[in-house]
Design a protein around this ligand. Structure first.
Ligand SMILES: [Zn+2]
Length: 203
């Protein structure tokens, strides 16, 4: 398969349905995940991932595993708090413009430590050591915007996904053009650590 064959074979809607189906296999306990050696040899010459996933670094959110996809399918960016910066956006644009991905999926998750740190910084004002405070500062606005007594962290997780989707669409002309041409969808969702289920967040 080359890039054009991949694009013909998969619409943005199909790409999203593939991720949903993979997450269903994962949560139902019968994943097909795995990299066969024939597949590995095929991939050695080129990659045609169908989706870019922007996820959190959290060790409990292994992107390929929870979507039940083998190597070669997902172009993955991971950073604590799954936000976008210039390098992340450049990586994402590479996945879309050069590799031909049909979907960008921003994946937050329950009990995210990065957003918990932002919430706790607003509550207590204690600074994190070293560069970690930069992460906290980056996520503080979304935490401030979702302040509430109950469920603050989960609200911040959802809002961070929404804000990141909007930021990608606002910042990247490559992404915006591909969306206009119906070659690409940008979607957000959250992963529940306990159930393993990914729930799509509507804009
Ligand atoms: Zn996290």
């Amino acid at each position: 398969m080359d890039r054009e064959e991949r694009e013909r074979a998969m619409s943005p809607e199909t790409a999203l349905a593939e991720l949903a189906a993979g997450n269903r296999r994962f949560t139902e306990g019968h994943p097909t995940f795995g990299l066969q050696s024939a597949h590995r040899v095929e991939l050695a010459s080129a990659q045609y991932p169908f989706a870019v996933v922007l996820g959190c670094s959290d060790s409990r959110v292994p992107v390929e595993t929870l979507f039940d996809r083998p190597a070669g399918d997902l172009f993955v960016i991971r950073v604590a708090g799954n936000f976008i910066d210039d390098y992340g956006l450049a990586t994402l644009e590479y996945g879309v413009a050069v590799l031909g991905a049909r979907l960008v999926f921003v994946l937050g998750h329950s009990s995210c430590g990065a957003l918990t740190a932002a919430v706790e910084f607003l509550e207590r004002g204690e600074r994190a050591p070293g560069m970690i405070q930069h992460l906290v500062d980056r996520l503080t606005p979304v935490a401030r915007a979702t302040r509430r007594d109950e469920g603050w962290v989960e609200a911040a997780v959802d809002e961070n996904v929404r804000a990141t989707v909007a930021e990608i669409l606002d910042t990247s002309a490559i992404v915006a053009d591909a969306v206009t041409q119906k070659k690409l969808k940008v979607v957000g969702g959250t992963y529940d650590l306990a159930t393993g289920r990914v729930t799509t967040i509507e804009g």
